[in-house]
Design a protein around this ligand. Structure first.
Ligand code: IPM
Ligand code: MN
Length: 359
């Protein structure tokens, strides 16, 4: 890319509310970078249903190319009822997002869970600030041993949870390094009392833990971990787990925050290239009405600055701006209580940009 900017960021808005929240995230990231004396070129690309409608495939070759020449990708969300009936490889999520995770080797899905808006959290003032690291390039999502057939006259289906030791090792190691930069505690979650894949998971996790004697490390079964998330989330710092368990646990985490609209994510490979997207979906029911909460997308942009651009100060400035705005009671519709002023997606974006610019 012939650009004089410091960074090139692919912007894949996707479907439903995706483009609305992504454009706010882009504006806030741009403001944060400018305030730090950096420049970025934001290059739009097609992913998901919009790509299917425009060029007939959820992940066009041009989008893969764009990602390859970018420092990171900022994503909205993909999917919607319109494309739900398409075959697996042609749907927005399974044919668009999952191939990016696989082809770019994005094995570490980082999903922070923090009580940012206590008034909106079902746990109220209970404090929690932890990160779910979900393995995101293996397990049942990517197994070749999947399918549907007929067994004993019955329709029958299967998706094998399978892991090689090196796939477990790299994500647990990632989690340990992250814990080292945080509160020095790591929890590995599995179902080793029942599943063979979890027996291997626990054994490899223990080997990795042994390399980090400075960390407090433990193992929990996934059923117990789900309960602990709800009754005592303050005990966690970094939680690492396999793909399906992490999918479910990270949504429980989003529930603790009070709204999916607050939950950001980063999905990284070992070169620090990443796909940054809100955990929430495309919310077709509110698309175009201007009420979508852009905070998850904005916090994903902060993760992008931290993990892919190595701009921790820009990341912190964006996070502080979000904190200041929600503390002032400027909330989007999904979080607003009676006394709060309800801001539209764009108004909230303008408040955040203003906050970063020092206005
Ligand atoms: C997520 C989503 C995806 C997943 C879907 C859309 C394929 O639920 O990012 O958590 O299951 O990984
Ligand atoms: Mn999910």
């Amino acid at each position: 890319m012939s650009s004089s900017a410091d960074y090139t960021i692919a912007v894949l808005g996707g479907d439903g509310i995706g483009p609305e929240v992504t454009s706010v995230a882009q504006a806030v990231l741009d403001a944060g970078l400018r305030a730090a004396g950096r420049t970025a070129e934001f290059v739009p690309g097609l992913l998901g249903g919009v790509a299917i409608d425009a060029v007939g495939t959820p992940l066009p070759a041009e989008t893969v190319e764009l990602c390859r020449r970018s420092d990171a990708a900022l994503c909205g969300a993909v999917g919607g009822p319109k494309w739900d009936e398409l075959p697996y490889a042609q749907r927005p999520g399974t044919g668009g997002l999952l191939p990016i995770r696989r082809d770019f080797g994005l094995f570490a899905n980082v999903r922070p869970v923090r009580n940012l808006v206590p008034a909106g959290s079902p746990l109220g003032e209970v404090g929690f600030d932890f990160v779910v690291v979900r393995e995101s390039a293996g397990g049942a999502y990517f197994t070749a041993t999947r399918g549907q057939d007929v067994v004993q006259g019955q329709r029958h289906a299967y998706d094998l949870i399978e892991y090689r030791a090196d796939e477990i090792e790299r994500v647990v190691d990632f989690a340990c390094r992250l814990a080292r930069s945080r509160n020095k505690k790591v929890t590995s979650v599995d179902k080793a009392n029942v599943l063979e894949s979890s027996v291997l998971w626990r054994s490899v996790a223990s080997e990795v833990f042994a390399r980090y004697p400075d960390l407090e490390a433990n193992h929990l079964y996934v059923d117990n971990a789900s309960m602990q998330f709800v009754i005592d989330p303050g005990q966690f710092d970094v939680v690492v787990t396999e793909n399906v368990f992490g999918d479910i646990l990270s949504d429980i985490g989003a529930g603790l925050m009070g709204s999916l609209g607050l939950a950001p994510s980063a999905t990284l490979n070992d070169e620090r290239w990443g796909l940054y997207e809100p955990v929430h979906g495309t919310a077709p029911d509110i698309a175009g009405t201007g009420v979508a909460n852009p905070i998850a997308a904005v916090l994903s942009a902060a993760l992008l600055a931290r993990h892919s651009l190595d701009e921790p100060r820009v990341a912190a400035a964006i996070e502080r701006a979000v904190e200041a705005v929600v503390l002032a009671g400027d909330l989007p519709a999904d979080l607003a209580s009676d006394r709060a002023e309800v801001l539209s997606t764009e108004e909230l974006g303008a408040r955040l940009v203003g906050e970063i610019g020092g206005r």
